[in-house]
Design a protein. Sequence first.
Length: 134
Amino acid sequence: MSLPPQTISYATPSIDHRLYDIAARQKAIIYCILLQLIVIVGRFIAPPEIAVGLAVVGLIVQITAVVFIFRLAIVLQGTGMGIFLGILGLIPIIGLLVLLYLSSQATKRLKELNIKVGLMGADLNEVKTVAGIR
């Protein structure tokens, strides 16, 4: 008598790894929010010679933010919403609002699982412990 073949699912990560992904991507989004705010304020108070450099830094931060918007939105809300929010993230001020929205959604999801979330996100070591990841 032979055993039936076991199915292996490569497409769907376990809940434990999703929890860690949410926490890690939220932390990246929080850093993007902080950097975008610094660039916005810096462009107003910096001399014109430095403002051009800040614009380039702002563009790099915006592109990085779009990547993390897409990646976090996929885990939290699915692929379709990830694409939609990623496109919205390309619009300068709207992108900042999308970052804030996703950060609050991630905080809500982590707090539902009794993970303490501070100003700069959840402690990744605590998330690993809760999720049972080595």
